[in-house]
Ligand binder design. Sequence first.
Ligand code: ADP
Ligand code: MG
Length: 507
Amino acid sequence: MLDHLSYKTPTPKVIHGAKEDWELVIGLEVHAQVASKAKLFSGASTEFGSEPNSNVAFVDAAMPGMLPVINEFCVAQAVRTGLGLKAAINLTSAFDRKNYFYPDLPQGYQISQLYHPIVGEGEVIVDMGPGIARRVRIERIHLEQDAGKSIHDLDPTMSFVDLNRTGVALMEIVSRPDIRGPEEAAAYVAKLRQIMRYLGTCDGNMQNGNLRADVNVSVCRPGDYEKYQATGDHSVLGTRCEIKNMNSLRFIQAAIEYEARRQIAIVEDGGKVVQETRLYDPDKGETRSMRSKEEAHDYRYFPCPDLLPLEIEQEWVDDIAATMPELPDEKKARFVEGFGVTEYDADVLTAEAENAAFFEEVAKGRDGKQAANWVINELFGRLNKEGLTVDTTPVSAAQLGGMLDLIASGEITTKMAKDLFELLWTTEKGGNPAEVAQKHGMKQVTDTGAIEKALDDLIAANPDQVEKAKVNAKLAGWFTGQVLKATGGKANPAVVNQMVAKKLGLG
Ligand code: ADP
Ligand code: MG
């Protein structure tokens, strides 16, 4: 297994201000919607895109006297996510009320875990290129309810409220400020998303808002971050601003970039960055103030009197641990070691668990590098182009494997294999590769006699070319090309090459 901790740490992004150089410090609070059919404290459906206000239980609408009942499955999903982030699981956690008024929050408070989260410290290894990775520490994951949705753009004079989302379970995954640049921040969210998709705990659909991030950004002078690392003292870092509710990797990067430059300009101008919450405007490409710390809500947190502290048992956690799938880092390491694929290819192959499983079926007992080539370049490339996935692929893993066997045994050339792939994809869907190859007359000429005959004829008919090739060996390729042509592309190029070199007395 590759040891991720022996990876080199990427260099932090440096921004050259008008006066000095600056580094970025970034910490993320990611809200991941728990993959669950029912909400955190009610049996109402979490189905996306339902008729507005159709997935609302009485407790979600905060009807008087209704009491929340914890959904055990959502708790299991949070534990599973924690285990996937190598985090400590807290056997006792508790829910608090975070009080604030908003039209889409009928209770007048959000039930969340401020003081006693269910998951403690963990980590995410964020790959930033072959052999380079950033270890980002996770501070905690807590369970909380989502709010509803206010809709302001349907009517010029009225606003609407949709409570379908109200009470849906969220995991808030809080990182330490260990991220050092915009690309790293995006890669961190992408890695979290990948891990949770492997685990089946969050579908990671950012467009639907099922995964969104509050991005905390500050700037410091080179060396300050190392001081923070050595002492754990936040105060050596700059004042941070929090950019709320980002649900696009591209916008996360753009917002960080903008925000860092904004802060640098303030500080270099002798000013002070004010700690505040900001919003990113993708049309203008800038962040703007939403509320400052002074105006910040006093949430008047207190333990939720409707819920007992959440006690889980180690045995239950162990049961969940026993069902954990192989995670991306382990899978990637195994692909590099076991199949000899490059780290870059292993990244592509393990991006989604389904893709990795497809590759493994093709590669098992075969040349792993060759399998990776075909899977990535031919299959994934084609799937991408046609908007398909490995679940809807016309060419199955078994078929692709069968094709590779025909190449390995010398029955078909790589060129023929490409034609065969095309046939299997289009007119010969579901066909057995060997049979389809035979039906279409694809057979590599291995009869060296036939190749030799074609070559002898060429040499006899082209004495000029022979002389040229003897002076410049590169020109011998002409003979190879002609022989391949004469044999209808059915001869093995390597065999022809060898024979040409021998006949012409080269090398
Ligand atoms: P608070 O207690 O005020 O909510 P936290 O320490 O919990 O603050 O941090 C909230 C988020 O802000 C975390 O994700 C953390 O990594 C990030 N963060 C803290 N300090 C900084 C900083 N100086 N620059 C950027 N991000 C920071
Ligand atoms: Mg906090």
